[in-house]
Design a protein around this ligand. Structure first.
Ligand code: F6P
Length: 546
């Protein structure tokens, strides 16, 4: 465990490795002419050879634009970029987030109490402290589940403090209790919170203010509005600036109905929150659903369910850490990302979960992959010439089939599709599950084979790549494994591209400008503002735009 609290060794960037030129040559000679339709027709062993199995998930790579040489060279790329060392560095708590000098140690959150020293590293204290924090919020989740007065739980958070819990709670709806309604409020748009509060009873509502920083504008605005709503129900028309100046009984109301999930307990206390579940700064926002940020999940599925979720993720962690590169699913998926993005030049990837319960997965992955790997310079600050993260988008199947699949089949862009299907239905309409699966398999086949007869407008070119992931079922264990798979794939792709996947400086500029514009809107100071923004503010102040 040589890396704890130190930067990991510098890994070569993919485009600076010796094998990169070989990959380029191979792409020009063979890769770009790869004919998957033919390959499947001529090689009955292709499916078996190209399937990779990880805990609860089997992945079929056979419909991708890959041949054996491509796979060999990509695996060599993983070696030359020192992926095995990068994996170890993550598990050892190295400071992978170099611009903020922090580890990205979310795997520790999933390490079970029974783990050996080899799993927890030399820092047994960090691990034990983490378990105490975990036990505290899981006990609280059980208390809330028993508390009959609380009927509605509102998670106020945004980005990783919203999407992670939201995707899991939706995925595990079948495991949730019907007497506790979970709500997720994230948007600065008051319509989000406002429409929900209009249907809630302040005495029966618990707010979870989920914010690593406890400083994110949207979360603080929504939390303040929720607090004002609660206090108004108790006769306070105008909140004081300092909540500590309220009568004790009213402060107690806030304490009873607000809980803080944060790395910044002082700010949460100043807000008036007493029930606090902190976590460590080595938990990145996009990777925080396993920490107390996941309290809404634990309330929804119970402490045991949450432990199952952690166990599923841990099983994937073990696979990631110990499987050889050729069978290592996160590594194989990340290598495919590089192949498509940097050689084929595919700008986007479509996520198509054939599962209504996984409908929030594309939104979750947009943050996970694009905020992590949408970067323009490498770990040394050198501008990159090779492309990084593709645009990730999608929608649950079969809905997408009646929307954008037209473009995927016949449009001018090639969009690799990632189908996610469930082996078991998990609901009481199994005949519909069969039809759903048939649709997913049919779409994948249609993309490969295309259609070459009949009038030209019915032709589909085919040879369009797709990957099919089969998840055993939607239970906490399997969902944990699925999310962890995507986390690790994102990290490996980031290492290959030579970037820091754990910071997000690109979102800062917009935040700063929004603050400035709001200040100008409130003060009427337009001096120094660009002419277009001034013009738009003029529109806002006039009765109509034209
Ligand atoms: O969008 C930037 C970001 O910092 C995300 O990375 C993060 O998940 C989100 O905002 C919310 O941050 P916080 O949990 O600190 O409120």
């Amino acid at each position: 465990m040589p890396y704890r609290n130190t930067p990991p060794p510098a890994h070569p960037r993919c485009d600076q490795t010796p094998v990169w030129a070989q990959l380029q040559e191979h792409f020009i000679q063979h890769g770009k002419h790869c004919n998957v339709r033919q390959a499947i027709a001529q090689d009955s062993g292709r499916f078996a050879r190209m399937a990779v199995q990880a805990p609860h998930i089997g992945v079929d790579f056979s419909r991708n634009l890959l041949d054996e040489t491509t796979e060999t060279l990509l695996l060599q790329l993983a070696q030359e970029c020192q992926i095995p060392e990068a994996i170890e560095a993550m598990f050892a708590g190295a400071q992978l987030n170099t611009t903020e000098q922090r580890a990205a140690w979310h795997v520790l959150l999933r390490t079970p109490p029974s783990a050996s020293a080899a799993d927890t590293g030399p820092d047994g204290d960090a691990w034990q402290a983490m378990h105490r924090q975990q036990q505290a919020f899981l006990d609280f989740a059980e208390q809330v589940r028993q508390d009959e007065r609380i009927t509605d739980i509102v998670n106020i958070g945004i980005g990783g403090s919203d999407l992670g819990p939201a995707v899991v709670v939706a995925a595990l709806e079948a495991f949730t209790r019907s007497d506790k309604r979970l709500h997720f409020v994230s948007n600065m748009d008051g319509a989000d919170l406002g429409s929900r509060l209009a249907r809630l009873n302040p005495d029966r509502t618990l707010f979870l203010v989920a914010s690593k920083s406890f400083g994110t504008a949207e979360t603080i605005a929504n939390a303040r509005s929720a607090r004002a709503w609660l206090l108004k129900a108790h006769g306070v028309e105008q909140e004081p600036d300092d909540i500590a100046s309220l009568p004790a009984a009213l402060q107690q109301r806030v304490q009873q109905h607000f809980v803080g999930l944060t790395c910044n307990p002082d700010a949460a206390s100043r807000f008036g929150i007493q029930t606090l579940f902190p976590f460590e700064d080595w938990v990145g926002g996009r990777f925080s659903l396993w920490s107390s940020i996941g309290l809404s999940i634990a309330i929804a599925i119970g402490a045991d369910g949450f432990r199952q979720l952690l166990a599923g993720a841990h099983a994937m962690d073990q696979h990631f850490r110990h499987a050889p590169l050729a069978q290592n699913l996160p590594v194989r998926l990340a290598l495919l990302d590089v192949w498509y993005r940097n050689f084929h030049g595919f700008a986007s990837r479509c996520i198509a979960p054939y599962s209504h319960a996984l409908r929030r997965l594309p939104a979750y992955l947009q943050q996970l992959e694009m905020e992590s790997n949408g970067k323009g310079c490498d770990l040394h600050g050198t501008p990159l010439t090779a492309a990084t993260a593709p645009i990730v988008w999608g929608e649950a199947g079969t809905n997408g089939q009646h929307a954008y699949f037209q473009l995927i089949h016949q449009g001018s862009e090639t969009v690799p599709v990632e189908f996610i299907v469930l082996r078991e239905a998990g609901h009481w309409l199994p005949h519909q599950h069969r039809a759903l699966l048939a649709n997913a398999l049919a779409q994948a086949r249609a993309l490969t084979e295309g259609k070459h007869d009949g009038p030209p407008h019915t032709h589909c070119p085919g040879n369009r790549p797709s990957t099919l992931m089969m998840l055993d079922r939607l239970d906490p264990h399997c969902v944990g494994a699925l999310i962890a798979l995507y986390e690790h794939r994102t990290y490996v792709a980031g290492v290959l591209w030579g970037i820091n996947s754990f910071d997000q400086w690109g979102v800062e500029l917009g935040k700063t400008l929004a603050k400035d514009i709001l200040h100008r809107m409130e003060s009427g100071t337009l001096h120094g503002l660009d002419a277009t923004t001034q013009g738009l503010l003029g529109w806002l102040n006039s009765a109509e735009t034209a």
